[in-house]
Ligand binder design. Structure first.
Ligand SMILES: NC(=O)c1ccc[n+]([C@@H]2O[C@H](COP(=O)([O-])OP(=O)(O)OC[C@H]3O[C@@H](n4cnc5c(N)ncnc54)[C@H](O)[C@@H]3O)[C@@H](O)[C@H]2O)c1
Length: 290
């Protein structure tokens, strides 16, 4: 069954201890789910659990430390969810890093870091949790956090980030049709500016990808960025996500401010597309329509 209520549902939220992930966690807890915050940073976990501690449903929240790029650790986490909860109903692939810097200075360490967390983390989530979500037969839902950066042509220095988020978006769009037969819904979260700690990306870089990075100066600059007062509150994103899960909405978009840029990009692709129609024969070969 697709998710119809959060009562008694088990949700696993990566990057769940800060920013958008914490906002989603708070709303799912408030609406009756049992939530596990899976996060790289113990300081974020401690801070998040302390926030829940005063509330009425604090026993509906637990946490585990997880680096979503570590497949062994991820497998253990999925097994723990199966052993302790009989498997999860909702997966939120939300952990991400805010990579930016000049392409000419980018090294493989920067590509591996950006794509490793933003794309690899999502793929690892699908790979580790799908089998148990299908096997328990209760259906469920998978939300993955991309970005509006996937839908517009981004300004310079954002190529790795934009590409990683576009990969998440297209992966999930395609997965949705395939998972429907197992009653597993799929949503893609496309946020604009939301209050969070994403400027701390430099602290989330593992030592082996810090070495040789060409983005150190850019990440130090990002670390000084001030979170805007008018950026969206994470809890508001949480409500959008919760409603999206119940309605199995494909695209969950937080802001309308980039609509013209989104339209311009889509229109440019359409404008470049020839009107001639090709058809595919039963062997998968393209041929011109007679
Ligand atoms: N805040 C925004 O304006 C914005 C806009 C568009 C997209 N996003 C996306 O939203 C998601 C959440 O980011 P946020 O803005 O809330 O930032 P955040 O830094 O506040 O939260 C991200 C959390 O992910 C955790 N994390 C980082 N690397 C991890 C890893 N390897 N394994 C497990 N956890 C890890 C961090 O410790 C942190 O707690 C990201 O995917 C980000 O790209 C954010």
């Amino acid at each position: 069954m697709p998710i119809q209520s959060f009562e008694g549902k088990i949700a696993f939220i990566t990057g769940g201890a800060s920013g958008i992930g914490l906002g989603i966690s708070k709303v799912l807890v408030e609406r009756g789910a049992q939530v596990v915050l899976a996060d790289l940073r113990q300081d974020h976990i401690d801070h998040a659990l302390a926030e829940f501690a005063g509330g009425g449903r604090s026993n509906a929240v637990s946490a585990l430390q997880l680096d979503v790029t570590n497949r062994e650790q991820y497998r253990e986490a999925a097994k723990k969810m199966l052993d302790e909860f009989g498997g999860i109903d909702i997966l939120v692939n939300n952990a991400g890093v805010g990579l930016e810097g000049p392409l000419l200075e980018a090294t493989y360490a920067d590509y591996d870091f950006g794509f490793g967390v933003n794309v690899g983390g999502v793929i690892n989530g699908f790979t580790e949790f799908l089998p148990q979500m299908v096997a328990h037969g209760r259906g469920g839902h998978i939300v993955s956090t991309a970005s509006l950066a996937a839908e517009v042509v981004m300004p310079p220095q954002m190529a790795i980030y934009a590409a990683s988020k576009a990969a998440v978006c297209h992966f999930c769009e395609s997965a949705k049709g395939e998972l429907a037969q197992h009653d597993i819904g799929v949503s893609i979260l496309l946020p604009g500016p939301v209050k969070s700690n994403i400027h701390e990306t430099i602290d989330n870089r593992p030592a082996h990808l810090r070495e040789g990075s060409g983005f150190t100066a850019s990440e130090k600059k990002l670390a000084r960025r001030i979170v805007g007062d008018n950026w969206m509150e994470p809890v508001d994103v949480g409500h959008l996500v919760a409603d999206g899960i119940l309605n199995n909405t494909t695209y969950l978009v937080t802001h309308g401010m980039y609509k013209d840029a989104m339209r311009a990009r889509a229109q440019a692709v359409l404008d470049a597309t020839p009107d001639r129609m090709e058809v595919v024969d039963s062997f998968g070969n393209y041929r011109d329509e007679e």
